[in-house]
Design a protein around this ligand. Structure first.
Ligand SMILES: [Cu+2]
Length: 87
């Protein structure tokens, strides 16, 4: 695995924790129970600040620390829970 770092010398220490917000299209959720299942699985990952699954809009909106967790890990959690990332 290749890591690349962009480092700003003047960066504030707080910037070391970079919180990203991402919407992941998620298919196969039918009700609020499904939303809960997805949210529970994602919350098990370290670095997840918040997660909101929406079965009507077919989205999962996450806020995460990209130093601690990758989008790939979140997507894996979704598919492991039995849901899909494409229609
Ligand atoms: Cu359901």
């Amino acid at each position: 695995m290749i890591f690349s770092f962009t480092f700003a010398v003047s960066a504030n220490v707080k910037d070391a924790q970079k919180i990203r917000t991402t919407t992941i299209n998620t298919y196969g959720m039918h009700c609020s129970g499904c939303e809960e299942t997805v949210e529970t699985e994602i919350k098990k990952l370290e670095g997840i600040k918040s997660v909101k699954a929406d079965h009507v809009n077919k989205t999962v909106i996450i806020k995460y620390d990209d130093k601690k967790v990758t989008l790939e890990q979140v997507k894996t959690a979704i598919t492991s829970a039995g849901y899909r990332l494409s229609e």
